[in-house]
Design a protein around this ligand. Sequence first.
Ligand SMILES: Cc1cc2nc3c(=O)[nH]c(=O)nc-3n(C[C@H](O)[C@H](O)[C@H](O)COP(=O)(O)O)c2cc1C
Length: 192
Amino acid sequence: MEGDLKLKKVLVLMGSPRARGNSTILATEAAKGAKSAGAEVETIRLAKLKISPCAACDGCRKPDANDCVRKDDMTPLYDKLRAADAILIAGPVYWFSISAQVKLFMDRFYAFGAESYKPLKGKRVGLILTYADADKVVSGAVNAIASFKDAFAYVKAPIIGIVHGSADKAGEVRANKALMVKAYALGRKLGA
Ligand SMILES: Cc1cc2nc3c(=O)[nH]c(=O)nc-3n(C[C@H](O)[C@H](O)[C@H](O)COP(=O)(O)O)c2cc1C
């Protein structure tokens, strides 16, 4: 059947400004996992994009609006998000919560509200978070995770896996073999 042959599209969004950062390394591992499951994977470095904050202008709610009325590097991401079957968001914990680079991107989901968030409904979501402190409570990763859970529950996109762990200097996470394996497995799950 044709439907069965269609490749799953996985959109991997990397939020760290560090090209060789820990969350980036785990996200790359997840992307490998998704590819090994047969998915078509596109990787985007959010921190390299110029994404303006949501202006709360409600321009996106006007009948002739085509997604957000602010045209910037977020503009092409709307259609990429629409087309994706699964989304992976990876990034560091900054100041006990979601990093600004990822938050800017997520705030702009507001434009999908013009369609009652249906463009995001049912997308499978994976999360990767790295932090310097010893565990998810002390680091504040719990706050980031709680925010992601609320946001994706709101848009009815199920989170199918969260991989998180401690690492500080860029690249340090490679030594955490168990975490690397978990990231790969999350990618496989998203791509299947
Ligand atoms: C601006 C900034 C804020 C940070 N805030 C936290 C924090 O609140 N909790 C924590 O455990 N680590 C914090 N860190 C450390 C990073 O989360 C950690 O180094 C992480 O592995 C970075 O991921 P990356 O290599 O993918 O960029 C912070 C780092 C920076 C640069």
